[in-house]
Design a protein around this ligand. Structure first.
Ligand SMILES: [Zn+2]
Length: 380
């Protein structure tokens, strides 16, 4: 497949504005030269790549064959604890219902445009402005997150795309190594409906075909991300769709988000791609780490190999999040619990023994005598 440009500017692509056009030479506005011709991760529009063809993206988009690609498998045993990684802080994420946002099916994903007033103000060395968010999912028969943790693939994944405020626009930012920041979180099936995701999912039936869009009322966008923003993984990677630019500083949260079974079905079953086929399995396979390191903002060494950062505990879900990361505090709590139990048992045994000795005496008076005698002895 030859490199294929489109009759639209990179800025339009970044916003995900759909516009069909004939193939032509790569857009000079990108300043990137052939064959970087479409941008789909920060704002996927209809373009000529497909997930069925994902093994061959490197042919038309050379960066896709690079050595800093995303997604990756996060091997928690090999992550490096970095105490300098501070909690991610967001500002402006709570939007009033009066602010309408564009929600679009672009043939590759469902994409929600975000106002630039949303920003990451902590956790990164620089400030980043939001551009859009979108989701990756599987099919009724399998999960579809892009990143995996210890080989485990989650049901789905959310990506919130931002660009560095030191650049004038996302178009400019996206070609620099520190240009983009994407916040990623895993979605799992839990016991109850997630009201934040419902703000998106309830509109999917209106945008079933590729290119359709709908205006949705603003809501608290931060509710789509984990409550715990202290625990995350961090690494340098790329857009996970062509043109796969290697300019993304990734944050993948340890805590997962939960959607009801019905909500997950709505996500997986509602949309269609440009061929009119069900839009499913819109995830890229994990890429080689090469020489990269994955940092962790927390100590993962107590995670056993089979543990994942997921959790489905009902009480945790009640708080709107979940996570099974196992920490030193938990170990201490268990130790103290065991100590308490042993002490209590020893005390009960002592009481029991003492009482049974007393009951061996035929009458309480006798025991009284013994008691008196003992006290006499003591005073002597
Ligand atoms: Zn994505």
């Amino acid at each position: 497949m030859p490199p294929c440009g489109r009759e639209r500017s990179i800025a339009e692509l970044l916003r995900g504005t759909p516009r069909r056009g004939r193939c032509r030479e790569p857009d000079p506005a990108s300043g990137l030269g052939s064959p970087r011709c479409s941008l789909t991760e920060p704002g996927p529009g209809h373009s000529h790549w497909s997930y069925e063809d994902r093994e061959h993206w490197g042919v038309g988009y050379p960066d896709c064959a690079g050595t800093m690609q995303s997604p990756i498998n996060i091997d928690t045993a090999k992550t490096i604890f970095s105490p300098q990684l501070r909690p991610i802080q967001l500002s402006g994420y709570s939007l009033p219902a009066s602010e309408k946002l564009k929600l679009r099916n672009n043939g590759h994903t469902v994409l929600l445009e975000l106002p630039e007033t949303l920003a990451i103000t902590g956790g990164y060395a620089q400030q980043y402005r939001a551009v859009q968010l979108h989701l990756h999912w599987g099919s009724p028969s399998g999960p579809g997150s892009e990143h995996t943790v210890n080989g485990h693939r989650f049901a789905a994944e959310i990506h919130v795309v931002h660009y560095n405020t030191k650049y004038d626009s996302v178009t400019e930012a996206m070609v620099y190594p520190d240009g983009l920041a994407v916040l990623g979180a895993f979605l799992e099936v839990g016991p109850r409906e997630n009201p934040y995701y419902q703000e998106i999912l309830q509109h999917l039936h209106k945008i079933q075909t590729e290119g359709k869009e709908v205006l949705v009322p603003g809501f608290n966008i931060a509710g789509l991300l984990p409550a715990n923003m202290k625990f995350y993984f961090h690494y340098n990677g790329s857009l996970t769709t062509p043109p796969c630019y290697q300019t993304v500083k990734w944050t993948v949260f340890n805590q997962t988000m939960q959607l009801s079974h019905s909500q997950m079905s709505t996500l997986v079953m509602n949309l269609r791609n440009d061929d009119g086929k069900p839009l499913q399995n819109n995830y890229r396979l994990v890429q080689d780490l090469h020489r990269r390191q994955v940092l962790a903002s927390f100590q993962t060494t107590l995670l056993s190999p089979k543990q994942t950062p997921s959790g489905s505990d009902a009480s945790e879900a009640a708080e709107g999040h979940s996570g099974s990361s196992f920490h030193a505090g938990d170990v201490l709590a268990v130790l103290f619990g065991v100590l308490f139990a042993v002490t209590a048992l020893a005390f009960l045994l002592y009481i029991y023994k003492h009482r049974s000795q007393n009951t061996r005496m035929d009458s309480p008076t006798k025991s009284k005598v013994i008691y008196t005698a003992a006290s006499t002895e003591n005073t002597a």
